[in-house]
Every structure is written in structure tokens, then in C-alpha cells.
Ligand binder design. Sequence first.
Ligand code: TXA
Ligand code: MG
Length: 335
Amino acid sequence: MKTLISSDVRLLANLIQEGKVVIFPTETVYGIGASTKLEAACLRVYEIKGRPKDNPLIAHFHSIKAIEEVCILGDLGRKLLEKFSPGPLTLILPKKDKSLFPKELATLAVRIPKNPVIRDWIELTGSPISAPSANLSGRPSLTKLADVIRYFDGVVDGILEAEEPSFGIESTVVSLVGKTPALLRPGSIESTELLSILPDLWIPEPTAKNDIRAVPLSPGTKYKHYAPNARVVLATTEEFLYSLKTMSESTLTAWIGFSWTGKEIIGLEEMTEKQSLGKNHRFCSVSSNEDYASKLYAFFESCDLAGIRTIFCEVPKPERGEEGLRNRLEKATGG
Ligand code: TXA
Ligand code: MG
């Protein structure tokens, strides 16, 4: 199949109207989308990703008004969207339009992406766009055009070229359909910010691996997620520094974290010859939790390409951005 790679939103909107599958960037990660009104097109997205059928898709809209036409928004939903949209917030709402994909569900996950070019494209298609993250099921989401092309050129009908993702981890997902609002997936919009509008928000324990409420509420949470082929080790700063100090020249190992400036390892007096990074090693230096999140998935991809066996990830800083990042790191360790 020939994949149309273009920044022409009109051409790519035509593809969606014809029932085709198009990959597009959002501020969080790339999405792989089809018209929410066309069931067969949405089902092809599942086939391409190898995604389990019981894991529903987020519908991407260009405006709050367009969401209201097909869902029951309510006061809380409106307040949340007015405060956090366009942006990385997904709401689970009751459906008004029962014909939308997935037909068998009474609820719809909705979100308005931040990039105006993407909203223009969605508007041009005349439909919301149902899209999971553009990655093979279980693998980390993609944040770089080059990685998208490597996996999906010749597989999807189109790739919309626009500003690459900058947040780097998937949207915060909040359900407004249960008895109490629930945080189904942490992300860049943090629970502390949501509490101002949702004081009774149910927030799962960060380390609860088999929370009974998480499974029925959000089908996606029961599947393995965001994991590269390499083994991921979530390391305290001390463990991180120790692993650097004791690295062997021959093992394919990588590090991502704060305690490295590119020249010296913070906390180690000086690097000896043995400790300098060789061809078997990769390193990614980050300056904040946000910077860490934005670089994480692309680093995982590059490590897998290089055949890296173990990736040491330094724990996030106990400040803004920790919640979503820690969740993805724990998932990547297999937790
Ligand atoms: O940032 C993002 O959210 C990206 C971009 C492309 O928008 N999308 C994304 O989609 O991460 P995906 O499919 O990888 O994750 C969607 C999550 C899944 O955990 C899914 O189970 C949940 O949202 N979800 C979707 N519809 C739902 C529904 N009706 N009820 C409960 N959970 C739902
Ligand atoms: Mg995903």
C-alpha cells in the first residue's frame, strides 16, 4: 500500500471521509485514526495495531460544541473542558449519539487536541476521529515522525505531517460516568489540578497493580503497556549512579535521568576511562519531569533499535509532572 505522507490537511481529511486510516501527531503522542462514524474503518485500526477488541478508542474532536452534539457533557464536564481543553485531557461521557463507534458502549472517551492544525483537519473530516496511540499494541507510544514512518509506512493510508508531540505521554483520562468521578489514567494534567473542579475525584493508589475498580472502568488498564523490549529498571538516584559507576564495557545498557550533564555524572567525582560511554551504551539527559516525559518513548525506541538489554531510568523528581511519568515508568518495568 502507498502511504500518503503530507501536511495537506484537506487531502488527509478526504482519506478519512473515504474510510481510510491516517496517523496524526497530537501534543501527547501520535494517534492512528479513522472516522468515529465508520465502524469498518475503526476496526481496521484494531487490526493494524493488534489491539484487543474490548479496549475502546478515544474520539478526538475540534471543539466543545462538537462534543456536546453527541455526548451528555454536564456541568462538570463543561468546566473541565473549559479549563483544560484543548489539551491532554480525555473525559469518559455518556453518549447521546448511539451510532458512534464503539456502538456497543453507552459511553464515549472524548478529547480535543491542542494543535490548531489538527483541530482544523478534524473539522474538515466532518466527523470525530477515533484514535488510539500509534504504536503496536503493548509497545511504547510513538512521538517521532521517523519512528512512525519506520513502523507504519506502507501499512496505513496516510500520515499527517505537523508539529511533533511535545508532552510525550498520553492524556489524563477521567471518567464522569460512575457514581464518583474517577482518574482512569494519570497524565500531564495532574490529579491535584483536577481536584479544584472534582473534589471527590477517585484516585487509584499509584502502586496498586491489580486494582479491582480499574479493570471494569477502563478496559485498557488491564493490558501490558508502554514497555520496550529492553528490561527497564526504575532506579533511585543512588542506584542510578551506582549502575553508571559499575558499568561494564560489554553489556548493552542505557540510562535516562537527571544525574548527568553530558560531561560529568553529578554525584561522582570524575569519570574514569572505564566509565566513559562506549558504543554499547546510550544516555539521555533530562532537565525536568516534563523534559523526561517528552523524551522517554523516543529513547525507548532508540534503545530497542540499538539492541540495548537494560535501561536504567532515574526516578522522577517529587514535583510537577511526577504523577504521569512515574505511572508510565512503572508500566514499562512490567508493573
Ligand atoms: O494522549 C492520548 O490519549 C493518545 C492520543 C492519540 O490522543 N491516545 C491514547 O489512546 O493514548 P489509547 O487508546 O492508547 O488509550 C485510551 C485509553 C485506554 O486505556 C482505553 O481503555 C480508555 O482510554 N478508554 C477509551 N474509551 C473508553 C471508555 N468508553 N470507557 C473507559 N475507558 C475508555
Ligand atoms: Mg496506547
